[in-house]
Design a protein around this ligand. Structure first.
Ligand code: FRU
Length: 327
């Protein structure tokens, strides 16, 4: 399969060579038997991972987190699929994993609606499914793992109200609104600014993509002479907005807020003074493998595993940010 991780195959092939070599040495005439190497245990479980795209650093990190956690467990073999931001292709990937008879599926779906049915079919075929970060519709899956996007949106709104002193002109650059994090980061934010004098002068769906965010921000800048802050649903979006404002010589005095807080992306932007705040959105990769092992072992896992978040600002970034408290 095209995007299968080569390292597992490579490692088992090389382990195999080592085992054969040990037997050959032991069998060579006149050669004293030195050690007995047991053949390595073959992987017992195959886990298929359907990733909606690998075009953004956060998703590359999610796959790396899954791979790193899986490597610690020789009984697992991972098969990775990249849908390249195409929901139809991702449907096909889930169907392929089901026909291949994998033991468990991990999926981070591009959009809720189109991936609901293939996930339900996998469940019907008796394959447990762990959904990561973006949800499907309904509750036909084994376990959902992700941070509380509504809480993050609300925390962003509260921080923005406090930072702007209760009033200001804000641009909201939304993540893909057919995906649940976009919907929740929007609704949580709007709840938090209710009753303040924050005015949303411009809003657009930048589909999580930095180039789209930059373009939308160029339109906002052309239409509004006065913008105090940009709230983008992810750090690539906030960075795209910053680049547009900087190119128009208007970034000074404008604030930029994002979500994700990868160390080499959002957190670095805060340290560089490009972003004023970013909120941690953990990938859940390690937790997914932990839950997968339990499910494969016949143990119960919670239906929902909610990951925590942190805020990083200029004031606290050197100390590792500050935890967001759930109400
Ligand atoms: C990556 C990404 C992240 C965002 C998440 C939401 O594809 O856009 O930046 O936090 O997806 O699902």
């Amino acid at each position: 399969m095209r995007s299968e991780r080569p390292t597992a195959t490579w490692m088992s092939a090389h382990r195999g060579i080592a085992v054969i070599a040990t037997f050959l040495i032991a069998a060579a005439p006149g050669c004293k038997r030195q050690s007995v190497t047991q053949p390595p245990a073959a992987a017992t479980y195959t886990i298929g991972m359907s990733q909606c795209n690998l075009g953004e650093p956060w998703r590359v990190q999610m796959n790396a987190d899954v791979a790193a956690a899986a490597e610690k467990h020789p009984q697992i073999r991972m098969v990775f699929k990249d849908a390249q931001n195409d929901a139809l292709r991702q449907r096909g990937h889930v169907e392929e994993l089901v026909s291949a008879g994998v033991d468990l599926i991990l999926i981070s779906p591009k959009e809720a609606q189109p991936l609901t049915e293939p996930v339900a079919r996998a469940m019907d075929a008796g394959i447990p499914v762990i959904v990561l970060d973006r949800r499907v519709l309904g509750d036909k899956y084994t376990c959902f793992i992700g941070a509380d996007n509504k809480l993050i949106g609300r925390a962003a709104g509260e921080w923005i109200v406090a930072t702007l002193g209760g009033a200001g002109r804000v641009v909201e650059l939304k993540g893909l609104m057919t995906s649940t994090p976009g919907q929740d980061r929007h609704s949580g934010f709007r709840e938090a600014i209710k009753g303040s004098n924050i005015e949303i002068v411009f809003e657009a769906d930048m589909k999580w993509l930095e180039p789209d965010a930059r373009k939308e921000m160029e339109s906002a800048l052309a239409r509004f002479a006065d913008i105090d802050l940009v709230y983008a649903h992810n750090d690539p979006g906030a960075h795209g907005a910053y680049l547009a404002a900087a190119a128009a010589d208007r970034a000074d005095g404008m604030k930029f807020v994002g979500i994700d807080a990868l160390p080499h992306e959002g957190v670095m932007y805060v340290k560089q003074g490009i972003l004023d705040a970013t909120f941690l959105y953990p990938t859940g990769g390690a937790e997914a493998i932990e839950a997968a092992l339990k499910i494969l072992d016949g143990q119960a896992v919670p239906k929902e595993i909610t990951l925590g978040s942190r805020i990083f600002t200029n004031d606290n970034v050197a100390d590792g940010g500050e935890a967001i408290q759930a109400p």
